[in-house]
Design a binder for this molecule. Structure first.
Ligand SMILES: *[C@@H]1O[C@H](CO)[C@@H](O)[C@H](O)[C@H]1NC(C)=O
Ligand SMILES: *[C@@H]1O[C@H](CO)[C@@H](O)[C@H](O)[C@H]1NC(C)=O
Ligand SMILES: *[C@@H]1O[C@H](CO)[C@@H](O)[C@H](O)[C@H]1NC(C)=O
Length: 552
């Protein structure tokens, strides 16, 4: 009897449990959005690998999602091989970097030096503006993705056509300036946190004047041209612009010094490709037979004096002779091979002929005309990267946990060098005081120091995690594409969910200076009042005591 009851109870229990599980039959959540085909224009005035590659890495994700991507830039970037889904339209011949960089060799590059690029962009503004408008109309462009550096033509075309525009930059400092940061381009430290008052005064109070004097004549020129072709006048874009409602920045805190960011500036770096060209068999052989390799590359556009080249080569030879490193892989552009002396005098008095080395006959120095940089940095035997400190190279080095020795030449490189040094993964050199012993000591230090190893490991992890954010970048572009098509265009309300109020408020209101001013006057008035009453009172007491004396 008891047994029977038990069986009945058990069956009821099983039925009951079944019921529970039946109601928890799982159904997938879908995050799909309606994807109608749309057209995206990627625009960069400067062009070249360092500016285009991260933008194309992001838009490649978008073309995989079914959007059409058109690249508009100077020169002929080779998207056909690296980015087959991107259609390129050229804005004429590439910038002549060799000519532009010549003046960088013998002097420090400051903010004024950067104005050369502004000047160049103005020379072709009118012609390029027409191209932008025609191409945008012919291809039904729905969204402009513009490199922010001297690229007013891209922003203005979007503005005229009332299309959404997203700004892209590798510099958080220039996109979202804050009061406690500066840049070596202005002769200032990257961080003003520990700077004495006078330095902060120079870097903060003088800054607007520096920018004004460097840029105002160009702003006037640009507005003259704009007026002639019915483009609404405005400022010039030097990192940010009132014409850009939303920014993607290819950087990350850890490399860049941390700061607060407005909600419409999204940090999405480091942007890296999914695949990279592999080592050539020759390089692979060299890398596998050398255990402590120094990789040297200064980017495609940068070069220095023959004297400096000699010092660099001499340092590498001596570092190998001292067994600090056992190999050097050097990405040497063909044209700079002639800027070395024929013999070098080593510190120990011996002489070395340079031509056999440059012709790749040295057993431990490999000169590579084509250097698959990422794969070299990714190799376990690459222990140090001797770099110019460009943003792209820095990202690749950080991603692979390779410490750096940096010789900056211009633009953002001085600032990057200081950032990497303050992150504890690099040491820096200065092009006017290069010294062979100093270079060798720094190489030695970077290879041995335990903190450098730990910091490199830490930032490697951070870079790897952050490198997934290019998908977030693509998502945000997709969101802006769709939100603009829902309302059929853009107006004052467009992207109000991203743009913080501060960008619409004046300087005084934004910082509540009027409130503080009023508060200060109230306090001063109050203190003044008390003082006035006190003085009156003292006067009265004195007067009355005098009177008293008189009557006594
Ligand atoms: C910049 O400031 C840091 C401390 O905030 C200091 O260590 C560094 O030496 C300074 N660099 C220059 C170039 O003044
Ligand atoms: C090396 O020394 C010789 C004289 O001993 C001199 O002619 C030559 O210019 C020196 N080379 C360099 C690169 O300084
Ligand atoms: C980088 O190194 C990892 C691990 O050694 C390897 O799996 C990967 O294929 C390498 N990638 C490149 C591009 O060299």
């Amino acid at each position: 009897m008891i047994k029977k009851n038990f069986i009945v109870l058990l069956s009821i229990l099983i039925l009951f449990l079944n019921q529970i599980y039946a109601t928890y039959d799982y159904v997938p959540r879908s995050a799909d959005i309606d994807r109608s085909p749309k057209n995206i224009l990627v625009g960069s005035f400067i062009g070249g690998r360092s500016h285009l590659k991260p933008m194309l890495d992001i838009t490649t994700i978008l073309s995989e999602r079914g959007y059409n991507v058109i690249l508009l830039t100077k020169g002929n970037y080779t998207p056909s091989s690296e980015y087959p889904t991107v259609k390129q339209i050229s804005l004429g011949p590439a910038l002549n970097y060799k000519e532009l960089m010549k003046s960088h060799i013998h002097k420090d590059v400051d903010f004024n030096g950067m104005m050369k690029f502004v000047k160049l962009s103005l020379e072709s503004y009118r012609e390029n503006y027409e191209k932008y408008i025609n191409i945008a109309k012919d291809n039904n462009i729905d969204l402009f993705f513009c490199d922010t550096l001297v690229n007013d033509v891209c922003l203005d075309a979007a503005h005229t056509l009332k299309k959404p525009v997203i700004g892209f930059s590798s510099s958080i400092y220039f996109t979202a300036p804050v009061s406690y940061k500066s840049d070596p381009l202005y002769g200032c430290n990257i961080s003003l946190e520990n700077e004495p008052f006078l330095k902060r005064f120079k870097c903060i109070a003088m800054h607007p004047f520096q920018v004004y004097f460097a840029a105002h004549s160009f702003i006037d020129q640009l507005n003259d041209i704009r007026k002639k072709i019915n483009v609404e006048p405005g400022l010039i874009a030097l990192g940010n612009s009132p014409r850009i409602p939303f920014y993607l920045v290819d950087g990350f805190f850890g490399f860049v010094l941390p700061q607060s960011l407005p909600s419409n500036v999204q940090e999405i770096g480091p942007v890296l490709s999914d695949d990279y060209p592999p080592l050539t068999p020759e390089l692979s052989n060299f890398m596998n037979t050398h255990k402590r390799v120094l990789y040297v590359a200064f980017g495609t556009h940068f070069f220095t004096t023959t004297e400096n080249n000699n010092k660099l080569l001499q340092s590498f030879i001596e570092a190998i002779n001292k067994n600090i490193i056992d190999g050097v892989v050097w990405a040497l552009v063909e044209t700079s091979k002639d800027s070395y002396s024929s013999t070098l005098n080593l510190t120990d008095g011996t002489q070395v002929q340079t031509s056999p080395i440059l012709n790749n006959e040295h057993p431990h120095i490999h000169i590579a005309a084509f250097a698959p940089q990422f794969s070299i940095l990714n190799h376990t035997n690459t222990k140090l990267f001797f770099s110019h400190g460009g943003a792209g190279s820095s990202h690749e080095s950080l991603y692979t946990g390779t410490p750096m020795l940096i010789l900056p030449f211009g633009s953002d490189q001085m600032g990057n060098a200081d950032k990497l040094k303050s992150a504890g993964v690099a040491l820096t050199l200065y092009k006017f005081t290069l010294d062979v012993n100093d270079i060798i000591n720094k190489i030695d230090f970077l290879l041995r120091d335990e903190n450098v190893k730990k910091n490199s490991k830490r930032i490697e992890i951070l870079s790897k995690i952050n490198s997934k954010r290019k998908y977030r970048a693509a998502d945000l572009i997709e969101y802006i594409l769709h939100s603009s098509s829902i309302y059929e265009g853009i107006d004052k309300e467009f992207l109000k969910e991203w743009i913080p109020a501060e960008s619409r408020m004046g300087f005084i209101k934004k910082y509540n200076y009027d409130v503080y001013g009023a508060l200060l006057s109230i306090i001063l008035g109050f203190i003044g009042g008390i003082l006035w009453v006190t003085f009156k009172l003292i006067g009265f007491i004195i007067a009355s005591s005098n009177q008293k004396q008189k009557y006594e």
